[in-house]
Design a protein. Structure first.
Length: 137
């Protein structure tokens, strides 16, 4: 089953350009199949889906500071933002981003994924029918 997440536009652009290769989340989805299911991205403040990516690994992060020292540049966020984000987290996971697909034209949430609103964290969604064509590229 695919997932829908909300991201700011600047982070989506960094993903498409290959600068951002890790997404931080407080969960590793249980019903998600690595390499197969897709993470669909809706832009924060809009109801538009702009593309998707696969996760090839979901890693629990034990030492936040060591993680920042080793991988901070691949997050495309400031150290201050990272510190604020992790300060109240009991668990934190790094989703390794692979196989990025940008839609030619953004699509409305309801049209593409039959969802009314953007999730605060993430939500499971049914895969759009055209996704099989994406896999062939």
């Amino acid at each position: 089953m695919d997932i829908l997440i909300t991201l700011p536009q600047n982070l989506w652009i960094d993903i498409v350009e290959g600068k951002k290769t890790i997404e931080l989340r407080s969960v590793c989805p249980k019903r998600f199949r690595l390499f197969y299911d897709r993470v669909w991205v809706v832009l924060k403040g809009y109801k538009l889906v702009v593309g998707s990516f696969c996760i090839d690994n979901c890693i629990w992060i034990g030492n936040y500071q060591k993680f920042w020292n080793d991988f901070g540049a691949t997050l495309c966020v400031s150290h201050d933002w990272f510190q604020r984000y992790v300060c109240h987290k009991k668990t934190l996971f790094a989703w390794n981003i692979e196989n990025v697909y940008e839609l030619e034209e953004p699509m409305k949430l309801k049209t593409l994924l039959h969802v009314e609103k953007s999730p605060q964290s993430y939500t499971y969604v049914k895969r759009p029918l055209f996704i099989n064509e994406v896999r062939k590229k």
